[in-house]
Design a protein around this ligand. Structure first.
Ligand SMILES: *Cc1c(COP(=O)(O)O)cnc(C)c1O
Length: 357
C-alpha cells in the first residue's frame, strides 16, 4: 500500500541511544537536556535565533493569536489545513478570508487591503506546501495598517527564501513536527520570533506563565515538548539532507513523467530554495480528480485531497464565497512523496494517472 506520506523512522539503535540518555537522566520533560539539545541543533541547522520547540504545531498558532490577535478580525487564507482556521476561532478571534492566488496557492496579497477594517488585528497566512507568500507585499500592508503578521509555516522546515530561513519572516512563524511532516518528533512543533520582547512573552506563555515555582509572568498554557519527543527529533535531524535530496529526486521524476497537457502544479515563488514537502497536482475538474483517485485506490495507491474543503465552507465558519480557493480545493490532490518511495512506484503512479486522463 502506498500512502500520500510515510513517516521516516531513524535507525532503531540510534533512537535507543537517545532514549538511554533519558533513562540515565531520569528526566522526562520541562526543558530537559534533550529538548535543549534539539532546540540548539535546529537553530544551527536552520540558521535562526529565537526558536522554541513545542508539543505540536497548533499550540504555537494559538499562542501567537492569543498574544497578537486581541480577539479581533484575522485576515487569513481559505486554502490550508483546518488548524489555521480553527485556531483563530478557538482564540475568540474572527477569520476574515481573502482568496488565494491561482498559481502560487498562497493568500492573494492584492486582495488583503480591501478586507481590512478597524477591527483587524493580524494577518495569519500559510506558506502552503512550503511555498512562500508574497512576504514583501504583506509586510508593506501590515506596516501601513499597523497589523501583526503570523505565518503558519507548518510545511516549511528547511525552506529558504532570499537566502534566509523562511521562519525568519513575519512577526511570528510556526512549524509542525507531526509524524506526517518533513521533519518530525512524532508530535511536535516550533515557534519563531525575531522580536526579543515578544519572544520573551511567548516563552513564558508556553509554560503556564511560570517564572519560577511561585511567580507568574502573564497568562500561559502548556505547550512544552517532552524528552521522549526530542529523542525522536535528535534521531531524525541528522537524516534531513538525505531525506530532502531523495524527495527532490522523486519530485523531479513526477515532473518528468506526468502528462502535463491536462495537469498543472503549484508555481514556486522566485528566490525560494524549496524543501520538496508536498507534490500537489491540479486536474481540469473535480470529476477527473475523483475518477483518477478511484483508479489509484484500485492499485493500492492513496493520494490525499490536500486541502479540501476550502476552509471558508466549514460548517462552523460561515465565511464569504472564495471562488478561486473553492475551485482549486475541488481539483487538487497531493501525490505520494516520502523518503523510501521507490522510483519504480513513482513510474507506476504516473502511468495510472496518464492512462486515465
Ligand atoms: C500540520 C499542520 C498544522 C498543525 O500541526 P500539528 O503539529 O498537527 O498540530 C497547522 N497548519 C498546517 C498548515 C498544517 O499542515
Amino acid at each position: 500500500m502506498i500512502n500520500v506520506t510515510k513517516t521516516f523512522f531513524p535507525p532503531l539503535d540510534e533512537y535507543n541511544d537517545n532514549i538511554k540518555r533519558i533513562w540515565s537522566n531520569e528526566w522526562l520533560t520541562n526543558r530537559g537536556e534533550l529538548v535543549l539539545e534539539l532546540e540548539n541543533k535546529i537553530k544551527k541547522y536552520l540558521g535562526v535565533n529565537n526558536l522554541l520547540i513545542t508539543s505540536n504545531g497548533t499550540l504555537p498558532i494559538q499562542i501567537a493569536l492569543k498574544l497578537l490577535g486581541n480577539q479581533g478580525e484575522i485576515i487569513t487564507t481559505p486554502f490550508s489545513y483546518i488548524a489555521t482556521t480553527s485556531s483563530i476561532i478557538w482564540e475568540g478571534c474572527t477569520p476574515v478570508y481573502v482568496d488565494i492566488h491561482p498559481n502560487y496557492l498562497t493568500i492573494d496579497e492584492s486582495k488583503i487591503e480591501e478586507s481590512i477594517t478597524s477591527n483587524t488585528t493580524a494577518i495569519l497566512a500559510t506558506h502552503v506546501f512550503g511555498n512562500p507568500c508574497n512576504i514583501e507585499e504583506i509586510e508593506r500592508i501590515a506596516r501601513k495598517y499597523n497589523l501583526y503578521v503570523i505565518y503558519d509555516a507548518a510545511h516549511c522546515f528547511d525552506v529558504r527564501y532570499k537566502g534566509k530561513s523562511l521562519f525568519d519572516y513575519g512577526d511570528v512563524s510556526t512549524c509542525s513536527f507531526h509524524a506526517t511532516k518533513l521533519f518530525h518528533t512524532g508530535e511536535g512543533g516550533a515557534i519563531f520570533c525575531k522580536n526579543e520582547g515578544l519572544f520573551h512573552k511567548i516563552y513564558y506563555s508556553h509554560n503556564f506563565g511560570h517564572d519560577g515555582p511561585v511567580k507568574f509572568h502573564g497568562l500561559g498554557i502548556n505547550a512544552k515538548i517532552s524528552e521522549l519527543q526530542s529523542a525522536m527529533g535528535l534521531s531524525v535531524l541528522p537524516y534531513m539532507s538525505k531525506i530532502i535530496s531523495k524527495r527532490k529526486q522523486i519530485v523531479e521524476s513526477y515532473l518528468r513523467m506526468l502528462d502535463w497537457r491536462k495537469l498543472d502544479t503549484m508555481k514556486l515563488r522566485d528566490n525560494t530554495q524549496w524543501n520538496y514537502s508536498y507534490f500537489p497536482i491540479l486536474f481540469e475538474s473535480e470529476s477527473d480528480l475523483i475518477s483518477i483517485q478511484e483508479e489509484l485506490n484500485l492499485n493500492q495507491i492513496f493520494p490525499r485531497r490536500y486541502f479540501y474543503p476550502s476552509l471558508n465552507t466549514i460548517e462552523y465558519v460561515k465565511g464569504n464565497f472564495m471562488p478561486i480557493s473553492e475551485d482549486i480545493s475541488s481539483r487538487i490532490m497531493c501525490l505520494p512523496l516520502y523518503y523510501d518511495l521507490e522510483l519504480s512506484d513513482v513510474t507506476r503512479i504516473c502511468e495510472v494517472i496518464n492512462n486515465n486522463l
